[in-house]
Design a protein. Structure first.
Length: 455
């Protein structure tokens, strides 16, 4: 289990972290997260409450210890209100056909929609036209047409794909983003092999390769992105899940050119990891295969693929971000008037109207807030009143956001966790308290809007 280690001048996640060190008055700290949060979204650090510090100095070390323990618990989701969010790039309009700058902008390396009238043509204008090999064009895509692919080995060891000839700019030298829509066919459930979505790597230590992993016993499949760095390769993984036949999913992977890769599913981050020391990928000589592996054994994806886009740079795919503003995560049982403060941010370039935010703690009745309109980049603070009469424990606060219209209309950010400490009938509570210890080990990702896609 990972935890938060606070040292002089910094705080970081570490696999062996177990204790939180409270530093003396007058010093400051800054938070870094290696998972679930980009550098631009890291909170500005935690400052101890001057009122509680004064009380501690006056009435003794034991109240000061309580303030330190509760105050220093995870602040990872807290963010100092500023204009920072407005300066962040807006979410890509992935829930509609890409047009204009999103299709032919200088950052777009390739865009393939497989519509009946365009086939495998590269709509970015870069000339990376694809040839359909063994697959076929289908009129029933997510937007217009799609590429229909079929399984390879052991069903049929033949290619089923759209093949793009090799060109140097198909290998972004620094940061890049790769995205596509997929719709599995029922045959995926019976396939025991991997299913390749995009492959420009094959067995070389160059370029990139996006694959659905072999299913586990429940039939769930994860995702992996392998990147080649010349002498060797590294792999980024996303957790396994069940893929429903006939349902469209939007997948995206971003790589910052410095070792950090993030997977998105339907506009929410599902996995982020960093491989220290890595830089940009090394370009190879292979072409780009969409829907299948480059060579034998072929491992095609049995399903439909639409709106495949390769871009330079790390793009934003989250329509909505949820942040925790409260600077505490642990409270005393029966503590009066506890309010958990959260912030909703519209990352879209267009307004969101008739937004419903629903907050629920375990099986407690949900609390709802209606927002008539959220303008692009607008931040709205909401409050959840915590019932501290609950028994001491660590509780997940689940947030659901509903907004009518578009494919991205419902989000469920990963729950934020809050603890109720018994206090043993006193104001003071030792740092060895089980609730405090468990809450201090919680690795929260709510500041970046990490989410479990809605079923």
């Amino acid at each position: 289990m990972q935890g938060l280690v606070v040292r002089a001048g910094q705080a970081s996640w570490g696999p062996t972290a177990r204790k939180t060190r409270v530093r003396s008055k007058g010093s400051s700290s800054h938070c870094e997260q290696s998972s679930g949060q980009t550098a631009s979204e890291v909170g500005s650090g935690h400052r101890r409450n001057p009122v509680s510090t004064a009380i501690a100095l006056r009435f003794g070390w034991w109240i000061g210890s309580l303030t330190g323990v509760l105050g220093a618990l995870p602040i990872l989701a807290a963010e100092k209100p500023s204009s920072q969010t407005a300066e962040m790039p807006f979410c890509q309009s992935w829930d509609e056909p890409y047009q204009g700058e999103n299709a032919v902008g200088p950052h777009v390396v390739g865009l393939w929609t497989f519509d009946p009238e365009t086939g495998g043509k590269d709509l970015s204008g870069r000339g990376h036209d694809a040839t359909v090999q063994g697959a076929r064009l289908s009129p029933t895509g997510r937007f217009g047409g799609a590429l229909e692919c079929f399984p390879g080995w052991p069903v049929e060891d033949k290619p089923h794909r759209a093949m793009v000839p090799a060109k140097p700019d198909l290998s972004p030298r620094k940061a890049f983003s790769l995205e596509l829509w997929i719709c599995p066919k029922p045959e995926l459930a019976n396939l025991k092999a991997e299913a390749y979505l995009v492959d420009k790597k094959y067995v070389a230590h160059t370029d990139y390769q996006l694959v659905m992993t072999v299913p586990d016993r429940s039939g769930a499949r994860g995702l992996r992105m392998s990147l080649g760095f010349g002498q060797d390769s590294d792999t980024w993984y996303a957790p396994a899940r069940r893929w429903e036949p006939g349902r469209w999913y939007h997948l995206a992977f971003t790589y910052d050119g410095q070792g950090t890769g993030v997977f998105y599913l339907n506009g929410v981050p599902i996995s982020q990891s960093t491989h220290p020391g890595r830089t940009g990928i090394v370009p190879g000589t292979h072409g780009l295969s969409i829907g299948d592996r480059l060579g034998s054994r072929y491992a095609g994806f049995p399903g439909l693929i639409d709106q495949v886009r390769l871009c330079e740079g790390v793009l934003e795919f989250r329509p909505v971000a949820v942040r925790v503003l409260s600077d505490r995560r642990v409270f005393l049982r029966m503590e009066p008037d506890v309010q958990l403060r959260l912030q909703i941010v519209n990352r879209r370039s267009r307004p969101m109207e008739e937004v419903t935010v629903r907050l629920a703690l375990n099986d407690m009745p949900p609390q709802e807030k209606k927002l008539q309109k959220l303008l692009p980049g607008q931040k709205e603070e909401i409050v959840y009143r915590l019932d501290t009469r609950l028994r001491p424990d660590v509780y997940p606060l689940q947030v659901e956001i509903f907004a009518p219209g578009g494919a991205a209309s419902r989000w469920r950010p990963r729950p934020s966790r809050f603890g109720l400490c018994p206090g043993r009938g006193r104001i003071g509570c030792r740092s060895s308290c089980g609730v405090v210890a468990r809450a201090s080990r919680v690795k929260s990702s709510d500041s970046n809007g990490s989410a479990s896609p809605m079923p």
